[in-house]
Design a protein around this ligand. Sequence first.
Ligand SMILES: [Zn+2]
Length: 113
Amino acid sequence: MGKIKNISGNEKKPNTHNCQTWIEYWEKQSGRKPPTFCIISTPDCLEKASVGALVQKVNVTDGKWYVAPLCQTHSKHYNAEFIVYNTWPLVEINTIETSIENISEVEIISDLI
Ligand SMILES: [Zn+2]
């Protein structure tokens, strides 16, 4: 199990790899179909993983941003920490390919909530 912190939902679209949504970005980068259920394991979430949420790893000081397949409900719990299954990869956001402006806008939005 890994621990993640939800930075934001998917208000901002990725502007890379011709993806319209973050879940699509996750799918292309991981080369997998999104999981049926949200990857949050504690408590086990049985809602559909329909959103690519922007997260950071807790207890890992890499400062990197990742995309995690979460359900609609959990994706809206900003700044919340969750335990997730390790079965599904967290897809790292490539900040060189993905506009830095886009990332900072997401940060501002999460501060307001
Ligand atoms: Zn969930």
